[in-house]
Design a protein around this ligand. Structure first.
Ligand code: NIG
Ligand code: FE
Length: 424
């Protein structure tokens, strides 16, 4: 099962020594030869990386490569390639997407840009289209977006259900998601679906019972995570707690959508329940920030949402200065953020949320890995998975400095080259 993506590898794995790397982001703190000992991104200039099968056997200064190769392989590598001074970083880890859906909501976006507000209720438009779609159509749309993300450097990707909201439609959503990634989240509690939304609390509670019972039993075998949209217009903190506890009892890890459209209790609930991540974090109080800072819960920021909804951007600087671990993700979905581009998210985070380039690149790689509680991805060094992005630029600064430019020139996933747009 691929961790992300549907494309066949275009070249065999074997061993490959990449040389001529102008700037290598390792995300390994204090590694020998790295600049800035306190920079978490562990940058090495004039670097090389040795791939061996699906993992990295060595990464470091190019001047040390011959000795390192002999030590790691005991022979010459199968292949060598000079990257001509280009920058290399770990594959992006997009820890928050919603890719199983049908249709789009371009009209809603256009109306927002003309002054209409974003509302959680728009989710029901996509629920209707998704329920009406065939498995084949959902699978085609899902794979198109996964391949789009992969071509932009996303080598690990989480995706969710949440546009089905019946037992059968949620089950097929997580089942289809599992065809493209191991990081599948059950989001039956996205909104109360129309057939339960007569405004009465009793009907909403009936839906929560369904989510925690039959729907969870059908979906848990395909999922690793449970999630709830804890927000006005979606689920209350009490309902969210009920769903998340049921998910935990079914063996799923916890993630939460919270504090997207206004302040609320979602962030503190996520911390209380030991969530791996709480996502959005746009409207935070000092208590929320303090709770996150003393916790193992990552704050995942989704600046594509603020771009697309005209809400104020989250304040990453405030979180980072308080010692919170911050991740960046795309939230790719047809309503609030229809982008699969992690480079765009890095650019927005740098321009709009107060992150430095190094912090944003770390958040989009190592931060995403932390949000998924993964130790094999998000960094480059002996033992990491061989997931690499080669930029057609000398530095990762260009991700923010040249926004909108397709700089991802080559992508390796588990040691296999899966995208290439330049010849060496
Ligand atoms: O993460 N916040 C809840 N869910 C999605 C939006 C989904 C939609 O509008 O279709 C999000 O932004
Ligand atoms: Fe989301």
């Amino acid at each position: 099962m691929p961790d992300v993506g549907t494309r066949p590898a275009s070249s065999a794995r074997g061993s490959l020594l990449l040389t001529g790397i102008g700037e290598l982001t390792t995300n390994v703190r204090g590694r020998p030869g790295a600049d800035h000992p306190r920079d978490p991104t562990g940058v090495v200039h004039d670097a090389a990386v040795l791939l061996d099968g699906d993992h990295v056997a060595w990464a470091g200064p190019e001047r040390d490569a011959s000795t390192a190769v002999v030590r790691a392989l005991g022979r010459e590598p199968d292949r060598m390639e000079d990257l001509g001074g280009r920058a290399v970083l770990p594959g992006f880890v997009d820890s928050h997407t919603h890719l199983v859906f049908a249709g789009d909501r371009a009209g809603e976006f256009e109306a927002r840009m003309a002054g209409h507000p974003y509302a959680a209720g728009g989710i029901r438009t996509t629920v209707a289209a998704t329920r009406a779609a065939s498995d084949a159509d959902l699978r085609t749309g899902l794979r198109r977006l996964v391949d789009e993300a992969l071509a932009q450097g996303t080598t690990t990707l989480e995706t969710k259900s949440g546009y089905g909201l019946t037992v059968a439609d949620e089950e097929r959503s997580v089942r289809l998601a599992r065809e493209v990634t191991d990081e599948v989240t059950f989001l039956g509690a996205h909104v109360v679906p129309p057939e339960y939304a007569d405004g009465s609390p009793r009907k909403a509670e009936e839906y929560v019972d369904l989510v925690c019972g039959e729907m969870l039993r059908a979906c848990a075998p395909h999922a690793r995570w449970v999630d709830v949209f804890c927000e006005t217009g979606a689920f209350t903190p009490e309902q969210a707690r009920t769903v998340l506890r049921a998910g935990t009892a079914a063996g799923l890890g916890v993630r939460v959508h919270a504090n997207q459209l206004g302040p609320g209790e979602g962030v503190r609930l996520a911390v209380e329940l030991g969530a791996a991540s709480v996502d959005h974090c746009t409207y935070l109080t000092d208590d929320d920030v303090a709770a996150l800072a003393g916790s193992s819960t990552v704050a995942t920021l989704l600046p594509g949402v603020e771009f697309s909804t005209r809400h104020p951007y989250p304040d990453a600087r405030r979180l980072l200065d308080a010692g919170v671990v911050v991740a960046l993700a795309s939230d790719c979905n047809p309503g609030s953020s229809y982008t699969s581009s992690m480079p765009l998210c890095v650019a927005l985070a740098v321009r709009e949320t107060g992150m430095t380039v190094a912090e944003a690149v770390w958040a989009a790689t190592a931060g995403g890995a932390r949000a998924l509680r993964r130790s094999d991805v998000g960094w480059l060094g002996a033992g990491s998975r061989a997931d690499l992005v080669v930029l057609d630029a000398p530095s990762r600064v260009h991700l923010a400095y040249r926004p909108g430019v397709p700089l991802v020139a080559r992508v390796y996933r588990s040691g296999a080259e899966v995208a290439r747009s330049f010849a060496t």
